[in-house]
Design a protein around this ligand. Structure first.
Ligand code: NAP
Ligand code: MG
Length: 401
């Protein structure tokens, strides 16, 4: 059988530790035997980031803007311990943060559903995709600890020096103050990413804020979403048979719990941070989750939602067997290959991605899985596999199809 050929290369961002080991196993066992894999390779492993003064991360992100689709392995975000461990020149920033700020996008995370691993919420029949705005709010805040009596103000000074001033609180005793911001441009691109993703995946879009209380800040999010929807997406949504629905965040939470799933839930930065951990753990595991960064001008970066699984890596280095779940990393590759197939009009490539995903899911459903899943499955007669054997089992399933 001849291999599937590609037209445009994928931007391939290699990473660290256990996921780097899985990365090459996946390529060797599940991809290169079937695809004439074309990639522009960037080594985002911490050692190479350090050698290039982290320029490699910027170059990989810039290349993604040029080629449109990237696949990324999990990477270490250095902390003090890592600076020592890798003898780093400095504490390089989070690669995901760097890539996000260059591509300017929204992160969409969807659980991968498998029979035998049931969500804790019984009525969730379909996956819930969380779309998290990744700019501003409390993540870029300014805070003051108020020591005692005095007045706290919110002040804006325009370029000419004109001032708008609002009294926040006339303090009679010690307290705290916080200033946050967001940008219309960022909210606008968040809205476009969400509407486009809903159209792409043919799912309803929900968005929620606390606009009844925050009449300017949160209301601005609501207004921008409404404006963008009315102007550019209303007709397209009607055509696709999907809806856009806005409600209050507390109402959304209540409705989500009672829903059957199957929607995209767009959240402001903090709500998205909290709710994505709730949704993912209720569905099972971070290793059973797809994650894609979608930029407003149509660039896609696929990755696994979990980290580099450091504890397993140290076991691996000691020559011990590991049972690390490679599903999220496999789905990062299939997501990227499917999108590349769609953009380049290569049907076989997208079909291969579908097939590999199905083979992965049915391998688990046949009872062969990694330890993390064996611990939470409702199946009996489970065969726990090590990292390499699990990938080989998926290859067997694929071959049999
Ligand atoms: P982690 O790598 O996600 O692992 C935390 C724990 O979750 C693991 O020790 C393991 O539990 C379990 N786990 C996660 N993924 C798994 C998988 N695929 N298969 C089986 N078990 C899995 O998080 P971390 O240990 O906090 O972080 C390690 C490094 O990853 C850090 O340097 C961090 O900066 C980086 N990180 C990168 C990304 C990214 O690039 N997207 C995201 C998060 C963290 P057990 O040990 O109990 O088996
Ligand atoms: Mg979080």
């Amino acid at each position: 059988m001849s291999k599937i050929s590609m037209k445009t290369p994928l931007v391939e961002m290699d990473g660290d530790e256990m996921t780097r080991i899985l990365w090459s196993m996946i390529k060797d066992e599940l991809l290169t035997p079937y695809i004439d894999l074309k990639t522009e390779y960037y080594d985002l492993g911490l050692k190479h980031r350090n050698e290039t003064d982290d320029k490699v991360t910027v170059e990989a992100a810039e290349k993604t803007k040029e080629l449109g689709v990237a696949v990324k392995c999990a990477t270490i975000t250095p902390n003090a311990a890592r600076v020592k461990e890798y003898d780093l020149k400095e504490m390089w920033k989070s690669p995901n943060g760097t890539i996000r700020s260059i591509l300017d996008g929204t992160v969409f995370r969807t659980p991968i559903l498998v029979k035998g691993i049931e969500p804790c919420v019984r009525n969730w029949e379909k996956p819930i995709t969380l779309a998290r705005h990744a700019y501003g709010d409390v993540y870029k805040n300014v805070e003051i600890k108020v020591p005692g009596p005095g007045k706290g103000y919110l002040v804006f000074e325009d370029e000419k020096g004109n001032e708008v001033r609002e009294l926040i609180q006339d303090f009679k005793s010690p307290g705290i103050l916080q200033g946050i911001h967001n940008l219309d441009k960022s909210i606008d691109s968040f809205a476009h990413s969400c509407f486009n993703y809903a159209l792409d995946s043919k799912q309803d879009l929900w968005f929620a804020t606390k606009d009844t209380i925050s009449k300017k800040y949160d209301h601005n999010f609501k207004d921008i979403f409404t404006e963008v929807f009315e102007k550019e997406y209303k007709d397209k949504f009607e055509e696709a048979g999907i809806t856009y629905f806005y409600t209050l965040i507390d109402d959304a939470v209540a409705r989500i719990m009672k829903s059957r799933g199957g929607m995209i839930w767009a959240c402001k930065n903090y709500d998205g941070d909290v709710m994505s951990d709730m949704v993912s753990s209720a569905f099972g595991s971070l290793a059973m989750m797809t994650s894609v960064l979608v930029s407003p001008d149509g660039n896609y970066e696929y990755e696994a939602a979990h980290g580099t699984v450091q504890r397993h890596y140290y076991k691996h280095l000691k020559g011990e067997e590991t049972s690390t779940n490679s599903v999220a990393t496999i789905f990062a590759w299939t997501g990227a290959l499917r999108k590349r197939g769609e953009l380049d009009g290569i049907k076989e490539l997208s079909e291969f991605a579908d097939l590999l995903e199905k083979a992965t899911v049915s391998t688990i459903e046949s009872g062969r899985m990694t330890k993390d899943l064996a611990l939470i499955t409702s199946m009996s007669n489970v065969k726990v596999q090590n990292s390499a054997d699990f990938i080989k089992e998926i290859r067997n399933t694929l071959e049999n199809r």
